[in-house]
Design a binder for this molecule. Structure first.
Ligand code: DQA
Length: 136
C-alpha cells in the first residue's frame, strides 16, 4: 500500500511553532517513527506553504497512491481550491488536524475539505497521522 502525507502551511515549523498546541516534535522525526511503525506501507511525505503546490500534489497523487493523509493547516478553513481538488480525485483523502480545531477559534470550525474527505481525525496530536494510516 502506498500512502502520501501532505502537510500545509507552517507545519514545516512543527516542534518550535506553538508547542503548547502542536507539541515539541518536528515532523521529520515523527515521519521516521511512522516509517518504522508501518514497514509494510510505502509512505511519502510532502509539505508546502503554497496553496497551488498542494493542489498540484493532490492531482499528481491520483493513481500513484492508495490513500492520502492531508493536513492542509490554515488552508483547510479558506481554500475552495483544495476542497475542489480533494473532490476531483478518486483517491481517498483522510483529513487530519493535530489540535482539536472545534475547541479553538470559530474560523477554525469550518473545513472546505471535510465534505469530500473519507474521514476526519482531529485533536490527537501527531498520533492522528498514525490513526489515519491505519484507517486505509
Ligand atoms: C491545524 C489547525 C489549523 O487551524 C491551523 O491553521 C494549523 C494546524 C492542526 O493540525 O491542528 O496550521 O491544521
Amino acid at each position: 500500500m502506498k500512502i502520501l502525507i501532505i502537510n500545509g502551511p507552517n507545519l514545516n515549523l512543527l516542534g518550535k511553532r506553538e508547542p503548547g498546541t502542536y507539541g515539541s516534535q518536528n515532523f521529520e522525526s515523527y515521519f521516521d517513527q511512522l516509517q518504522e511503525k508501518f514497514p509494510e506501507v510505502e509512505l511519502e511525505y510532502y509539505q508546502s506553504n503554497i496553496e497551488g503546490e498542494i493542489i498540484d500534489r493532490l492531482q499528481a497523487a491520483e493513481e500513484a497512491f492508495d490513500g492520502i493523509v492531508l493536513n492542509a493547516a490554515a488552508y483547510t478553513h479558506t481554500s475552495v481550491g483544495i476542497g475542489d481538488a480533494v473532490k476531483a480525485i478518486a483517491t481517498p483523502v483522510v483529513e487530519v488536524h493535530i489540535s482539536n480545531v472545534t475547541a479553538r477559534e470559530e474560523f477554525r470550525h469550518n473545513s472546505f475539505i471535510a465534505p469530500y474527505a473519507k474521514g476526519i481525525i482531529i485533536g490527537f496530536g501527531l498520533r492522528g497521522y498514525e490513526l489515519a494510516i491505519k484507517s486505509f
